[in-house]
Design a protein around this ligand. Structure first.
Ligand SMILES: NC(=O)c1ccc[n+]([C@@H]2O[C@H](COP(=O)([O-])OP(=O)(O)OC[C@H]3O[C@@H](n4cnc5c(N)ncnc54)[C@H](O)[C@@H]3O)[C@@H](O)[C@H]2O)c1
Length: 260
């Protein structure tokens, strides 16, 4: 049975070439939504969505650039005529991309003394500025529809604290929670709900680090999360069933962190 309220709605999903973003785009699409899959990784979008044409459009955009976000909005309005859901998944760890080609991926711990100014600024940009710019640019068009959903991506690292990802990333995701609560209040009169999801551990591949394995061993539900675990919560929030839920950060983490 399909969720109510998703068929033919226009969903803009950022970070859609990534592990969680593509699961979110797939789920909303399979519920009947019209999906605009956005990412800076054009090849990744093509790889995943390339042969699917019906109700799906891919847009290559660097979401830390105001002009590219404005161009994205114009593209969505011209092809879809409006927007109903904005799901800001883009972010994660810094990787080389068109935005920052000189980035050197750094694995392992990130003690604060090792986080240089540029890394801090860029981590904030992909995780927080991108969501801010997309919200600012799409809100007038959500208002025009008289209803809508915004879903932002925070993290377990902010809700609980985590020594695995570094203070720069946790700080950026902390900003997401503030953005979410304030927009929830600001947009409630327009029947637009604004929530955040704080995923726990959703691995991109096999877990090799003993420190990370120790975290997995502490998950009360006894397993790591899957991208589909996250996508299903996004789908419910976007559906009619989500219409009275706003301003919250949902911890989707198998019980690893229980909010007070
Ligand atoms: N995987 C997890 O365990 C986990 C846990 C907590 C939070 N999160 C959050 O969930 C979201 C998705 O994570 P993921 O695991 O799918 O990561 P991912 O790296 O697979 O996907 C992130 C996507 O964002 C895109 N992106 C980065 N910078 C961009 C820019 N400037 N413009 C447009 N797109 C850009 C990347 O190209 C990538 O496709 C992120 O916000 C991440 O911080 C993930």
């Amino acid at each position: 049975m399909k969720l109510e309220g998703l068929a033919d709605k226009v969903a803009v999903v950022t970070g859609a070439a990534g592990v969680l973003g593509r699961a979110v785009a797939d789920r909303l699409w399979s519920e009947g939504a019209r999906v605009v899959a956005v990412d800076i990784d054009r090849a990744g979008l093509e790889r995943h969505f390339g042969d699917r044409r019906e109700r799906l459009e891919c847009v290559d955009a660097n979401l830390v650039e105001e002009a590219e976000v404005e161009a994205l909005v114009r593209a969505v309005l011209s092809t879809q005529g409006g927007v109903d859901f904005l799901v800001n998944v883009a972010g994660g760890e810094l990787k080389p991309s068109r935005a920052y080609p000189d980035v050197v991926e750094s694995r392992g711990m990130h003690p604060i003394e090792s986080i240089d100014w540029l890394t801090f600024q860029r981590t904030l940009a992909i995780n927080l500025t991108s969501a801010f710019l997309c919200c600012r640019a799409f809100v007038p068009h959500l208002k025009a529809r008289g209803s809508g959903r915004i879903i932002n991506f925070a993290s377990f690292a902010t809700r609980h604290g985590s020594i695995h990802v570094g203070a720069h990333y946790a700080a950026a995701k902390g900003g997401i929670i503030g953005l979410t609560k304030t927009l929830a209040l600001e947009l409630a009169p327009y029947q637009i709900t604004v929530n955040a999801i704080a995923p726990g551990l959703i691995p991109h591949g096999p877990i090799r680090s003993p420190a990370l394995q120790a975290t997995v061993d502490r998950i009360p539900l006894g397993r790591v999360g899957t991208p589909e675990d996250i996508a299903s919560v996004v789908a419910v929030l976007c559906s009619t069933a989500g219409s009275y839920t706003t301003g919250i950060t949902l911890d989707v983490n198998g019980g690893l962190y229980l909010a007070p």
